[in-house]
Design a protein around this ligand. Structure first.
Ligand SMILES: [Zn+2]
Ligand SMILES: [Zn+2]
Length: 123
């Protein structure tokens, strides 16, 4: 598994994970209150307004969706394969760096969720 930053035009990916897709982070919409904490995490041009980058809120949101049995979302995460390259706009990470590095991108949480759903390993 790899995460690539779509700002880098040379990076190829297999699964797009930004807000244009179901795998995106609904807590990071610029100018919109977060559905979990009600803070606005990002301003125009994705200017960061809170220290947390909405990552913990995304994690909470994901678990709420799992508890609600959001079938479409669960299926989309389960469909991710070991050799897929996830694409977002935050970072480039590969292998163990995805879960060992500081979490800066919701794709790192997505990876943990994928492991949980597919291999029953607690994230
Ligand atoms: Zn939030
Ligand atoms: Zn990201």
């Amino acid at each position: 598994m790899k995460i690539i930053d779509m700002h880098n035009r040379n990076s190829k990916y297999t699964v797009r994970c930004d807000r244009a897709t179901i795998l995106g982070n609904p807590c990071s919409r610029p100018g919109a209150p977060c559905p979990i904490c009600n803070k606005v995490h990002f301003g125009p041009g994705m200017k960061q307004l809170t220290p947390c980058r909405s990552i913990q809120c995304y994690r909470t949101w994901l678990w709420i969706e799992f508890e609600k049995e959001n079938k479409e979302l669960i299926a989309a995460i389960k469909a991710i394969k070991h050799d897929d390259t996830l694409a977002c706009w935050c970072c480039e990470k590969e292998g163990t760096a995805i879960f060992l590095d500081q979490v800066v991108c919701h794709c790192q949480i997505l990876f943990r969720a994928w492991r949980f759903l597919n291999e029953e390993v607690y994230p």
